[in-house]
Design a protein around this ligand. Sequence first.
Ligand SMILES: [Zn+2]
Length: 122
Amino acid sequence: MPKHGFWNKIIEIASGCWIWRGKLLDNGYAQFNTIVSGAPKKFLVHRYAFEAYYGELPRWEKNGDLELDHLCRNRSCVNPLHLQLVSRKENLERSPLWRENSILAMRAGQSSPRDKAGRHYS
Ligand SMILES: [Zn+2]
């Protein structure tokens, strides 16, 4: 990805967040439009920043089990140090609701949702 026009769209704020000053999607994530080999291409900025810092993530697009979690809870932040790669399952397990359902299921003598290939609850 060409770096032209990319880094100068980022400002760092006191919290250490790198705030994207370019386009934000409706869901709050930062997006970068550029031209690659003559064709327009869109990037999610935080994902690009993460890969630029930690290295490319194989099966990134296809593997629905992986998600980037914003530790700072600021979706327009693109600081790779504020991002953590987690599995969808891990992300769900952090959710109090998921944990509660899991406990209820175990109490009822059913197998835990944990045993049912995770994606069940996505
Ligand atoms: Zn941040």
